[in-house]
Design a protein around this ligand. Structure first.
Ligand SMILES: NC(=O)c1ccc[n+]([C@@H]2O[C@H](COP(=O)([O-])OP(=O)(O)OC[C@H]3O[C@@H](n4cnc5c(N)ncnc54)[C@H](OP(=O)(O)O)[C@@H]3O)[C@@H](O)[C@H]2O)c1
Length: 264
């Protein structure tokens, strides 16, 4: 399928690893001029170089923390006019006992998972409207719709994010600018690997990869029977970045192997 985005400018905020990287790869494959950002410089530069060589396109790496004003300024300066914007972060740490969640933890969660994406969208939407076309995709989390007691630092902020995008997307669709969200379930990514030790601690498990992975699958009752890899969601993200998705507005697409029991 031709995604019809060859030559468009695409920014993947959080594009050096995991689902952000997989989405960037699918956009690169479709021939966009690509910008990717992340906080950690070495992995970011390697990702940009690898994708540029693999797909024969220009890939600009931007070292920027989306959760800070300073990071967002760097992003906006390096990539002022994207046609396509996708945004993600790394999975927040499991919170353990809910009674131990502090105001400071809520502030950090809100800055990273809610205010960061909103401020990035708020900066780019006026230009997309003026140019008469734009696509925005947030790679958030299925715990936005499916609350989990150990994902308090991830779900609530993203429930607010999808509430925000539900309203804003309906305001701007008339200008050819669509926002949609992907809500992933359990994926084996670099970010998931990084929080394994905290996951083991939260559930009192041995720090053993197989034990933790099996616990992920059993505890989370994934009907598909396996933990996904990042490219199990990236084709859908790329489709939402394309003109082909012009009638898809303000949707939250759960990609979780059937884990979330809900009709909508
Ligand atoms: N993996 C799962 O099982 C799972 C489950 C449910 C939901 N999710 C959600 O899916 C999304 C992607 O997760 P993932 O597992 O693909 O994560 P990942 O492997 O850690 O990749 C995240 C990417 O975003 C970058 N990033 C993180 N925080 C950033 C920030 N503040 N500013 C700029 N870039 C940032 C990371 O690079 P740097 O760290 O260098 O900045 C990396 O490139 C997250 O929203 C997560 O909550 C994941």
């Amino acid at each position: 399928m031709d995604l019809q985005i060859r030559g468009k400018k695409a920014l993947m905020a959080g594009g050096s690893a995991g689902m952000g990287r997989a989405t960037a790869e699918r956009l690169a494959e479709a021939g966009v001029e690509l910008y990717i950002s992340a906080r950690r410089e070495e992995r970011l530069h390697n990702a940009a170089k690898e994708m540029s060589e693999k797909y024969g396109i220009e890939v600009t790496p931007i070292v920027a923390d989306s959760s800070t004003d300073e990071g967002r300024k760097a992003l906006f300066a390096a990539c002022p006019e994207p046609d396509i914007l996708a945004i993600t972060i790394k999975p927040p740490e499991p919170n353990g006992d809910f009674l131990k969640v502090t105001p400071e933890m809520w502030r950090e969660s809100t800055e990273t998972a809610l205010i960061g994406p909103i401020e990035i969208m708020r900066n780019y939407i006026p230009g997309m409207k003026d140019r008469g076309w734009g696509r925005i995709v947030n790679i958030a989390t299925f715990s936005a719709k499916n609350p989990m007691i150990w994902r308090l630092m991830s779900g609530p902020a993203r429930s607010a994010l999808i509430n925000y995008t539900a309203s804003v997307s309906r305001e701007i669709a008339q200008f050819g600018v669509n926002i949609n969200n992907i809500l992933p379930g359990m994926f084996a990514t670099e970010g998931a690997e990084e929080i394994m030790a905290s996951y083991a601690e939260a559930f009192g498990l041995e720090m053993d990869r197989d034990i933790i992975t099996n616990h992920f699958i059993e505890h989370n009752k994934i009907p598909a029977g396996f933990q996904a890899v990042a490219d199990d969601m990236a084709p859908m993200a790329a489709l939402l970045c394309s003109p082909l998705s012009r009638f898809i507005v303000g949707q939250n697409i759960v990609i979780d192997g059937g884990q979330h029991h809900s009709l909508f």
